[in-house]
Every structure is written in structure tokens, then in C-alpha cells.
Design a protein around this ligand. Structure first.
Ligand code: IPM
Ligand code: MG
Length: 371
């Protein structure tokens, strides 16, 4: 089959890791006889430098013509002036909105061979396998008014946390659908003891649960959820939550998996029913590692490409409906790790480390060698 893939490397290590993702995709194409055609676009600081805006107009249009988007990272000290009206981050926020990518899936798994890669106790994280679904196009990130002004009382600023029932319904449905394919447990995270938007969230979620009697639903307050993620992470299967809670909880959860560099994400639009289900169609999606542009190590061949490569696997699963291929990529990552291959972020003292390209090569070799 043929697929059109938009490639948006962005800034910092984004460009380095996306090349490793493409290498893996090429090997998938060779082994399984698919044809991936790439369409490159400029975003973030790179686009600010070239065109004066972080998300040039042609980029959302390019993405819409493609089957899926691979995204590197945006941002860096060069564009970090808090007073600037043009910021690299506007690229990813603008794309999420322009493509209506309302459900952001961030899986967290602990590979047995990386149990020692975090400073948490191995027995506390062993066997963790959860997915956080973060609402991505609403909430305090996008609510209006959002502004700063100066009054007689000095400088002031406001952000607005707004949700409509429809926005809650579609992302929570994605949660129920995914839970149904897994261990059938959905944790909805909110702050219903304080926020009205959370009380609406809880109400809509409870109403929806009538359509999913086979899924166990629990409501957990976000502060408790933050604690339970560290104390008892195995107690989660699928977690669904609003935009900013999800932003914070997924960085926290990434520690369980050894390193931010390991974490992949899928930002999905389209119909909730098409969730990697064999019989259903493909779903528009943007796939990116969650680590960001990491300016401190950019250009040094040090970044861990696994977050990007696992994002490629998510893309194969959700946007291309190539489930065998997605599994093969995951298996190749596990096999490279099992051979002892490590980038610096997941190596423990004394372990030999590989660069970005060498880690990518190792995963490509594992993929080529697999039966
Ligand atoms: C993320 C990032 C972004 C976000 C930034 C870069 C705008 O932190 O994808 O988690 O806050 O959504
Ligand atoms: Mg974040």
C-alpha cells in the first residue's frame, strides 16, 4: 500500500530523531512491501527564521493531504523571549487545532531491561503498562479570554478553562474504546472538588459509561492521581483527562518508563470508533516523541530516537491500520534493548552508550532480522 507522510522535523533534536524514524519506516516498507512517500514542511523556530511565522500557512494544508504527520519538536533558547508574539510552540498548538487532533495518547510501558534506568525502585515500576489520553484542543490552552493587560492595580493576566460537553464526550469515548481493547479499566482524572469544568467533565463521563458497561470507570482527583502514578502505577490501565492535567501527568509518568526519550505519542482526530480496530478505517493523526527539542544536546548525535521510533509504530497502528507492522517495530525496539543497546539517557553507570544514529541502525537491523 502507499501512504503519504508529512515530515515536520522542527528544531533541536527533532531533526535528528525524525531521520531515525524515517529509516525505520523505510525498512518497514521494504519488508512488508509498502510505499511511504514523504512531504517535508518547516515548523517552529526553523520556520520563524525562514518565514517569520512558526506555522506557515501551507503546513496544515500539506498535513491534510497526507495520511499522517511525523513531528519532531519545536523551541529553543534562540526564540525563548517571553515578550515575543511569535513563538515556536504556536506551531504545535496551531496544528493540533487546525487538524482537530483532540485525543493525545501517551503510552507508558516499563521494559524489563530498563527497570534500573530510573531512580524509582524496580519493584515499584515492574510491569507498568498504561496509556494516558490527554484532551488536546480545548481547556486552558485555548479558552478565551487569554491575555495580559495593565490596570490601575498593576499588571494582570487571564487564562480560561472552558469545555463543552461535545469536547468532553469525544475524548472520553476514545478512552472507553481504548480501555475496551485493553484491561477494561478507565480512570477519569479531574478536579471536580474545585472546578466547574471538571464537574461537567465528571457528569458527561458518568453518563457515557452507560454505553460501556463492560468498562470499569473510576473518577480520581488530579492531585491524588499524581501521587498514585508514583506510588501504585500498576493500578492504572487507561487514564483520560483534560489538556493541562494531561500535560503535567504525562511528564510525570514518563519517569516510570526510564526516560522522556522513550515516550511516544499519538494525537488523533476523526471518529472515536476507529481505534486500531482491524475492521475499521484509518484515522488522521500526528505522531511525536514527547521529549521536546532538547537544545542542550541538539546536533550532537546524543538524543534517544526510541520515542520517535515508537511514535512511528503508533502511526502504523492508528493512521495506516498496519497492525503487524506496528508490532514488528515495537518488537525491534525491545530486541535492540535486550541486546544491551542504550543511548545515554537510559544507560546505567558503566554501560556502553550509542549515539542517535547508531541506536536507529540497531533497531533497523533488529527489524530486518526478525522472522
Ligand atoms: C507537550 C508540550 C507542549 C504542550 C508544548 C511544547 C506547547 O509540553 O506536547 O506536552 O504543552 O502541549
Ligand atoms: Mg508537555
Amino acid at each position: 500500500m502507499k501512504f503519504d507522510i508529512a515530515l515536520l522535523p522542527g528544531d533541536g533534536v527533532g531533526a535528528e530523531v525524525i531521520e531515525e524514524g524515517v529509516k525505520v519506516l523505510q525498512e518497514v516498507g521494504r519488508r512488508f512491501r509498502h510505499d511511504f512517500e514523504y512531504h517535508r514542511g518547516l515548523v517552529g523556530g526553523a520556520a520563524i527564521d525562514a518565514k517569520g511565522v512558526s506555522l506557515p500557512e501551507d503546513v496544515p494544508a500539506l498535513c491534510k493531504r497526507c495520511d499522517a504527520v511525523l513531528f519532531g519538536a519545536v523551541g529553543g533558547p534562540k526564540w525563548d523571549n517571553p515578550g515575543a508574539s511569535v513563538r515556536p510552540e504556536q506551531a504545535i498548538l496551531g496544528l493540533r487545532k487546525a487538524l482537530t487532533l483532540y485525543a493525545n495518547l501517551r503510552p507508558v510501558q516499563v521494559y524489563p531491561m530498563l527497570e534500573n534506568a530510573t531512580n524509582l525502585k524496580p519493584e515499584a515500576i515492574r510491569g507498568v503498562d498504561l496509556v494516558i489520553i490527554r484532551e488536546l484542543t480545548g481547556g486552558i490552552y485555548f479558552g478565551q479570554p487569554q491575555k495580559r493587560w495593565t490596570s490601575a492595580r498593576g499588571r494582570q493576566a487571564v487564562d480560561t478553562l472552558r469545555y463543552s460537553e461535545k469536547e468532553i464526550d469525544r475524548v472520553v469515548r476514545t478512552g472507553f474504546e481504548l480501555a475496551r481493547q485493553r484491561r477494561k479499566q478507565l480512570t477519569s482524572v479531574d478536579k471536580a472538588n474545585v472546578l466547574d469544568s471538571s464537574r461537567l467533565w465528571r457528569q458527561v463521563t458518568t453518563e457515557l459509561s452507560a454505553e460501556y458497561p463492560d468498562v470499569r470507570l473510576e473518577h480520581v482527583l488530579v492531585d491524588t492521581a499524581a501521587m498514585r502514578l508514583i506510588r501504585d502505577p500498576r493500578s492504572f490501565d487507561v487514564v483520560v483527562t483534560e489538556n493541562m492535567f494531561g500535560d503535567i501527568l504525562t511528564d510525570e509518568a514518563s519517569v516510570l518508563g526510564g526516560s522522556m526519550g522513550m515516550m511516544a505519542s499519538a494525537s488523533l482526530g476523526g471518529a472515536t470508533s476507529a481505534l486500531g480496530n482491524r475492521r475499521r478505517s484509518r484515522r488522521m493523526g500526528l505522531y511525536e516523541p514527547i521529549h521536546g527539542s532538547a537544545p542542550d544536546i541538539a546536533g550532537q548525535n546524543k538524543a534517544n530516537p526510541i520515542g520517535m521510533i515508537r511514535s512511528v509504530s503508533l502511526m502504523l497502528r492508528y493512521s495506516c491500520n498496519l497492525l503487524k507492522e506496528a508490532d514488528a517495530v515495537e518488537a525491534a525496539v525491545a530486541s535492540a534493548l535486550a541486546c544491551g543497546d542504550r543511548t545515554a539517557d537510559i544507560a546505567v553507570k558503566g554501560e556502553r552508550t550509542l549515539g542517535t544514529r547508531e541506536m536507529g541502525d540497531s533497531i533497523v537491523r533488529a527489524l530486518a532480522a526478525a522472522k
